[in-house]
Write a new protein. Structure first.
Length: 757
């Protein structure tokens, strides 16, 4: 067993202690995959366990393949007999065998997401419900969430909380749709992806003989990435291992970042409550990153209250300080990052594929992409399309192009029935054929549509033509931004996307708003004389109309969201958009649990870096077409300042940021925290605050608020009301806060607690 000699002491302990419940807490870069694979190999090689009696569950097929290959290299072909795979693939295998117990055929169909949404769409139509309210995305996600919490359609319909929630969201028939959807799937002999977990729980709950059969089969149960499991997944694994209790879970609570997919961090935090004789092994040595990066990550994650304590360390070199890039705008941030990548490549001879740019939301890629293109640095988008290739962006761009050029057939086909206006593919084909047969332009056919199409479709086309002509008038008298904003609103695209409140829908809406930001930047550029829509489209066409890169050429900078980066590592990593309300996200500030998940996400981002880490933020950013001042992220202040230096090469420090040569890298460590907040002249100076909200903090009724009163704000702390502004529709208060200076607050939004003077 030569492979055991390559393990450190905790890794060795995790491999050879195979009996009883075990939790292996694996810090970032600590070699958890090696421990899990060697543990399985040890069971087969040393303890002569039949591979058919070992169950190993992963979250991706890639992870399962890599683990199986590693095990096979140690024990040979017997590794192929392991029950190893994703939760869904393993449980589908069980359900195929036991399907008749649930009334399903053994060859049941597995619906993918598109199949499920198509069925939901049909049900909504059959029930004569408004498909703008009962959007397939929204309904599907609601049903999926219920199944992952093991809520059947019967339980859903009888639950008053669900009913009240649906009624408040103007979807009172959602439970009925769930019922019909489940019945139709059953009738069709089909399960969706959520059913593979849901029905396995039903199988084990209602057929104890089947549960006992698999309890006797699986002598050892192992779960990778345990922090990402949901309630349904945990209950299945708990039941399967209940007889022998040989369950081993491997994970890191500090990397639990998928709550929006149903992952429940309490599974790992409370695991010891279910197993009083639990053996806990901590893998704390990081083999990936420098001491600086590991220490910086530790200084961040220690701020979380809900965590399993561990002390990650490394024997690697100290490495370079983390470099902080400060830009005046998001557009400049892209340029700084691209310039930095170019300089690093020249100085350290690193390849493109050793560099990653990580961001909180997909829409942030636009400025980075444009800057990399201009510097001829190849890149690839992982887990998402290039910004200008995303459907919602192509849809709006097609409207813009067709407004400028009404002979653009491809743009015409893309927008003629989006948003839906009752013009089918048959009608579209007839109009295109008519233009070709009569030797006239497509636009001429549209203007004379009643000569080529029957009544209803023709009326819809006529309305479309009227809308485009109105857009053309707007384009003549407005700049690119004003025209694009008008087209986005009047075409119905913004309304369509805004109505979709799912995670995907919000992302699409945010991407369209980011396109509007790009147009606004274009029109605000004083160096550009022509600020028309046509000039903007030409610039984008030149920017994006480049030859496709050779797919075989993998030497490209990687661009991806932080969620997509989990499990990966790169020599150099850039984390961009380090600003309040962006990272941490504004949607994740309503509770401590949400904020702590955002902090874990930042921890994951930091620990992707092996040798060098860059953090960047902008002092201003276009949001919803308006240039807004930005406040540096609170997470920047949570990093111990001894590990950071403000980049002198790519940003101009303010006079307040004194130099120090601590760590021998010419950094600004000693004054960094105050220096981050003291931005350029375009922003007020903000001091570091030690304020934390009062334990009994609750907003007061501010209808009687007057100048001179002492108040408390959950973010700005304590202050005194200087004056009231009662004019206009919204009451305002100017408050001088002890730590943040003067702020003018809208009282309809501000959460203020009034204190006795």
């Amino acid at each position: 067993m030569q492979y055991l000699k390559s393990l450190n002491e905790p890794q060795y302990e995790g491999v050879v202690n195979t009996e009883g419940p075990t939790m292996i807490i694996a810090g970032a870069g600590s070699g958890k995959t090696r421990v899990l694979t060697y543990r399985i190999a040890y069971l087969m090689d040393h303890k002569n366990v039949d591979p058919f009696n070992i169950l190993a569950l992963t979250f991706t097929n890639k992870a399962a393949r890599e683990m199986r290959d590693r095990i096979e290299s140690v024990v040979g072909n017997e590794a192929r007999n392991l029950w190893m795979g994703t939760f869904h693939s393993v449980f589908a295998r069980i359900l195929r065998t036991e399907a008749d117990r649930l009334g399903y055929p053994s060859n049941f169909t597995i619906y993918d997401t598109d199949d499920s949404k198509s069925l939901i769409k049909s049900i909504v139509k059959e029930l004569n419900l408004d498909d703008k309210i009962y959007k397939p995305n929204v309904v599907f996600n609601r049903i999926s969430g219920a199944k992952n919490r093991l809520v059947s359609w019967k339980a859903y319909l009888s639950n008053q909380v669900f009913r009240a929630d649906d009624e408040s969201n103007m979807r009172p028939e959602l439970g009925k749709i769930y019922k019909i959807y489940a019945e139709r799937c059953f009738k069709a002999g089909a399960m969706d992806f959520d059913d593979l977990l849901f029905q396995t729980n039903v199988l084990f709950r209602e057929h104890l003989d089947v549960l006992n059969k698999y309890q006797q089969r699986f002598h050892y149960v192992m779960v990778d990435e345990f922090q990402d499991t949901n309630i349904s997944q945990y209950l299945i694994t708990k039941k399967l291992s209940a007889v022998r209790q040989n369950i081993c879970v491997v994970g890191d609570d500090a990397q639990s970042i998928y709550a929006f997919r149903g992952a429940d961090i309490q599974n790992i935090l409370n695991f010891e409550k279910d197993y009083t004789d639990l053996r806990t092994i901590k893998l704390e040595q990081n083999y990936r990153s420098t001491k600086t990066i590991v220490s910086a990550a530790n200084s961040v994650i220690e701020k979380n209250k809900a965590q399993l304590k561990k002390s990650v360390w490394t024997d690697n070199d100290d490495g370079q300080l983390i470099e902080l890039l400060r830009a005046n705008s998001d557009n400049e941030e892209g340029k700084l990052v691209a310039s930095s990548i170019f300089e690093e490549k020249m100085q350290y001879q690193i390849r493109n594929n050793e560099v990653a740019v990580l961001y909180r939301t997909n829409s942030q890629s636009r400025a980075i992409e444009e800057a990399l293109r201009r510097m001829n640095i190849k890149y690839k988008i992982v887990g998402g399309l290039s910004f200008y290739q995303r459907k919602e962006i192509k849809d709006l761009m097609a409207y813009l192009r067709f407004t400028i050029n009404t002979n653009d057939e491809q743009s015409f086909k893309r927008i003629i029935n989006y948003p839906k206006r009752g013009i089918g593919n048959t009608s579209v084909d007839k109009m295109i054929v008519a233009a070709n047969d009569h030797g006239i332009s497509l636009w001429e056919v549209l203007e004379n549509v009643h000569s080529f199409l029957p009544g209803r479709s023709a009326n819809a086309v006529r309305d479309f033509v009227t809308m485009i002509k109105r857009f053309q008038l707007e384009v003549k008298k407005q700049d690119a931004y004003e025209a694009t904003s008008q087209i986005a609103k009047s075409s119905g695209i913004l309304r369509e996307l805004y109505a979709d409140k799912t995670v995907e829908g919000l992302n699409r809406y945010e991407n369209v708003m980011e396109l509007l930001n790009a147009v606004k930047e274009f029109t605000d550029d004083e160096e550009k004389e022509d600020k028309s829509l046509g000039a903007f489209l030409q610039e984008v066409a030149l920017l994006t109309g480049v030859d496709q890169d050779n797919d075989d050429d993998e030497d490209k900078v990687t661009l991806m969201t932080i969620h997509m980066a989990k499990g990966l590592e790169f020599r150099h990593v850039y984390i961009v958009g380090m600003e309040e309300d962006l990272f941490p996200s504004q949607m994740m500030l309503s509770s401590r649990a949400d904020l702590e998940e955002e902090r874990r996400l930042f921890y994951v981002a930091i620990t992707r870096a092996q040798e060098k880490l860059f953090l960047s933020y902008a002092l201003s950013r276009y949001r919803f077409g308006r240039l807004k001042n930005c406040e540096p992220s609170r997470f920047l202040e949570e990093i111990n300042p001894q590990y950071i230096r403000v980049s002198r090469k790519f940003s101009r420090p303010s006079p307040d940021e004194g130099e120090t040569n601590s760590a021998g890298n010419g950094g600004y460590a000693r004054n960094l925290v105050s220096g981050i907040r003291k931005t350029t002249r375009s922003q007020p100076v903000t001091k570091k605050s030690n304020y934390s909200p009062s334990p009994d903090f609750a907003p007061s009724d501010t209808s009687d608020l007057k100048a001179g009163m002492k108040v408390e704000h959950p973010k700005f702390g304590f202050g005194k009301v200087l004056e009231m502004d009662e004019s206009g529709a919204n009451r305002k208060a100017k408050v001088n806060f002890d730590d943040f200076g003067e702020k003018t607050l809208l009282l309809s939004f501000a959460k203020l607690k009034i204190h006795d003077n």
